[in-house]
Design a protein around this ligand. Structure first.
Ligand SMILES: Cc1cc2nc3c(=O)[nH]c(=O)nc-3n(C[C@H](O)[C@H](O)[C@H](O)COP(=O)(O)OP(=O)(O)OC[C@H]3O[C@@H](n4cnc5c(N)ncnc54)[C@H](O)[C@@H]3O)c2cc1C
Length: 394
């Protein structure tokens, strides 16, 4: 039997699972599919209510998951991520003491906290000339969006013979292509300043690719995150999944939970829907990290909002008519506060289940878009739930 079964393979589930497997507990992740992280910029937003990340902490309502974790717990989550990434080919830069701004593909600046090394030089790029490199026919990245917003910028196009970010990433992993690209880049006249490129510098080792180009052209280079699918998000997800497997973790990927077995106050097993024989997975403890509406961790019907795996009670703010504002992605949309409320030990509030913990964007009151705390909150609550679970088991 497993010690812990983590349901959901996003940032929060992976963080919890890595901690538990690292502590020597027999841990598995069950995930229906790849997480929202693969759509994200790969940058870690912690909190952006003005100024430094923790400046906004006091303004959060009492029920916000960060308030249950505490400032030190938030810092621990970030440190854990930085340590894992530091031993991967994609180290992360930044600290909880400062937010930073990175250039977006539409020429605006996004506030975030930790960034992959390939985006480090994005900070401060508006203070000097910026030359954007793009690729003939590349979909979803238009350098003119940037040059039309930022005055001191220019761009050049390279014909790589492919039009998707994933195909370009594969090309940047070939030395022959890299040599050809560097020769072309060295041959064009670029005014003094920085060079930016959409995030296509390979999936496996983008920092090494960036450093090679940078040294060959003698310029500071950085990546601009692109629209989904986002390579920096995919790199982050793959690195964490590998880190879990390297610690001996098991993964069941691609199927949702079809049923759960509960005896008294204990969850005993879950069964995965599968095209062949259903798989039953038993554990001593369970962590629910199935995400919010985007991943199906929460499901809205005309009458209510449901949590489909354990049928836990969902807190829904305001009246039902308030959930139907037309712009779902509007920061401060009331439905952003919906989710599972937990007690101080990250067990679902009001539930009698003693071996079930909850973390990540499924938690109530998080208001991720309003507070800009997406991955930061997933890391902090994933680690906190894992520690509580470990305390119960060990
Ligand atoms: C488009 C977009 C861009 C974003 N960009 C950023 C960003 O740049 N920086 C940032 O900090 N935050 C960003 N966020 C927010 C951030 O990505 C999320 O808040 C965070 O990653 C959520 O992690 P999670 O682990 O809670 O859930 P998720 O990533 O949603 O993961 C949940 C997982 O559970 C699985 N699952 C669901 N139901 C079941 C089931 N029944 N059985 C088994 N598995 C199941 C899903 O397949 C999924 O893999 C972005 C969000 C979106 C939507």
């Amino acid at each position: 039997m497993l010690d812990v079964v983590v349901i959901g393979g996003g940032m929060s589930g992976l963080t919890a699972a890595i901690h538990l497997a690292g502590a020597g507990l027999k841990t598995a992740i069950i995930s229906r599919g790849d997480p929202v992280c693969c759509l994200s910029t790969g940058c870690i937003d912690v909190l952006d209510l003005g100024g430094r990340p923790m400046d906004g902490y006091g303004a959060l309502p009492e029920g916000h998951p960060y308030r249950l974790v505490g400032k030190r717990g938030i810092e621990d989550g970030l440190r854990m991520l930085k340590d894992i990434m530091a031993s991967s080919p994609i180290p992360y830069t930044g600290t909880i003491r400062a937010n930073r701004e990175i250039l977006t593909p539409i020429g605006t600046f996004k506030t975030t906290c930790l960034v992959p090394r390939t985006m480090e030089a994005s900070q401060g790029c508006r203070d000097e000339y910026l030359h954007v490199i793009s690729f003939a026919g590349l979909k979803d990245f238009y350098p003119s969006y940037i040059t039309s917003r930022l005055p001191d910028t220019g761009f050049s196009l390279f014909d790589a013979g492919c039009s998707s970010t994933l195909a370009l990433a594969a090309r940047f992993e070939e030395q022959g292509f890299l040599d050809e690209f560097c020769s072309w880049l060295s041959s064009i006249e670029i005014p003094p300043g920085r060079v930016a490129i959409p995030a296509v510098l390979g999936l496996k080792n983008p920092v090494a690719v960036m450093e090679e180009i940078s040294s060959r052209i003698g310029r500071t280079l950085f990546e601009i995150p692109t629209l989904p699918p986002s390579l920096p998000g995919m790199r982050l997800f793959r690195t964490l999944k590998t880190a879990f497997q390297e610690r001996g973790g098991e993964v069941y990927w691609g199927n949702p939970i079809s049923s759960v077995e509960i005896r008294g106050a204990t969850v005993e097993a879950v069964t995965l829907a599968a095209s062949g024989r259903p798989t039953r997975v038993q554990g001593r403890a369970f962590i629910l990290a199935t995400g919010s509406f985007v991943s199906g961790g929460l499901y809205a019907t005309r009458e209510s909002v449901r949590e489909p795996v354990f049928n836990l009670a969902v807190r829904v703010p305001g009246a039902r008519k308030d959930w139907f504002l037309h712009d779902f992605f509007m920061p401060g949309h009331p439905i952003e506060g919906a989710g599972i409320e937990v007690d101080a030990s990250f067990r679902p509030a009001g539930s009698s289940l003693e071996n079930l913990f909850v973390c990540g964007s499924i938690l109530a009151n998080s208001e991720i878009m309003k507070n800009r705390c997406g991955h930061g909150m997933a890391l902090a609550t994933g680690l906190k739930a894992a520690r509580q679970c470990e305390r119960m088991l060990v």
